[in-house]
Design a protein around this ligand. Sequence first.
Ligand code: NAD
Length: 484
Amino acid sequence: MVARIIPVEPFDLVIFGGTGDLARRKILPGLYRRLADGQMPPEARIIGAARSDLDDDGFRELVREALYEYQREEDLDSEQVETFLGLLFYVTVDAKGDAGWEDLKKLMNPDRVHAFYFSVAPSLFGPIAERLKDRGIADDEARIVVEKPFGHDLESAKALNASLAQHFNEKQIYRIDHYLGKETVQNLMAVRFGNMLFEPLWNSQYVDHIQITVAETVGVGGRGEYYDRSGAMRDMVQNHLLQLLCLIAMEPPSRYDPDAVRDEKLKVIRALDTVRPDDLVRGQYLAGPSGPSYLEDVGNPNSLTECFIAMRLAVSNWRWAGTPFYLRTGKRLKARTSEIAIVFKDAPHSIFDVPQGRHSNVLSIRLQPNEGMEMSVTIKEPGPGGMRLIDVPLDMSFAEALGEQASDIPDAYERLIMDVIRGNQTLFMRGDEVEAAWAWTDPVIADWESRGHVPSPYDQGSSGPDDALMLLHRDGRRWRDIRQ
Ligand code: NAD
């Protein structure tokens, strides 16, 4: 099976913060792969714009080093690297001042798609948007891409939305959540809405509960101070986990079109009940084999910020009343994995001699590693031993079904950037969605802050604090194992 690559039209992409960590690690290597795959036209140009005093050649050197550091070796072809570097240009700009903006304007080619990637601190979003518009660099067709974090709470998210809306309309704004760019996330929609098989079962009558796990093995590392002002709820739940929950819980949209999909996701966020204190567990990792404790990592022995969170959520609508959604995410856990599990109810009556509560049918959707889906079903254990039942996976991993093509699945960033060039906003968050997510998040945080809640300690390499296990045990359920 050969992947069909549909080239995008020629574009000028300006990356503000083009010398930064995100640009070097993700955005530029991703663009290189799109060129190597033939999706990016050779007339395309990528313009780095940042504070460092560099010229075009200096920027090309920086990007060359980034490619050799962050790109898989088998994807590097020296000729293609040179072609890619030839598409790069650089301007030194001061996001909050006057320097560089005229140079940028002169560099832009007319009559092609213009996209501006804001890979800078959110405090620079407004000043950059203002200069792009006031100086006539971006017109009404231009697209801007903004990175997370999109606000720290509802008020700051509203302020960011308002500052962008002064200069760009909503159709021009692409708020990135790279989880939505993952192949499996789109496949989740394909499986749900492209088949008859699942949708009739996709409700509280047949689904016992849903688990969403995003586990990391890394600690907060070098960004401890930043992280400590944020925490797992703001850093992971408010955006990535809620987005995944929305895709699972939403009603079928009338079309696969940006606003139809986002309208349905918004309804889900608005249907979320607030989390009861009993339904929430927060944690911090202790010192262990992989390094110091969370408190040492962030340099604050009194920190009350969580780097692990687990919760039980209710989506209050007809489809999901009575089916809990359990979410958990944390650092320094047992394995690095992101998984959504739809756990179906038991058959209403068992004709076999097996206990109830086995939950044999689980559709698990893995986002990383090894993107793919797996459905477990009960079968008879082979052999002459009578009617003994076992659960086996019907594996739908991309690697097996698609062969070599699976290893060519574009990374989320590169796919999303190509969507920006094509003008497709389906996998980007709309302003009202982001605000609704904060409107749900803020009172939950305010509640634990008002109670002075202290996160529970947990061992490195574990599945999080014991209280998180209890969250499901008391409901007669179990978390799925966190495994690679
Ligand atoms: P970084 O500090 O490595 O780079 C910041 C970039 O902004 C540099 O290129 C710098 O020159 C430029 N810059 C800073 N002040 C400027 C100014 N006044 N005028 C012009 N340019 C200026 O940051 P990063 O890690 O690349 O992150 C960029 C954004 O992406 C941040 O909002 C961050 O939260 C977000 N983000 C980063 C990651 C990541 O993995 N690094 C992941 C998700 C989101």
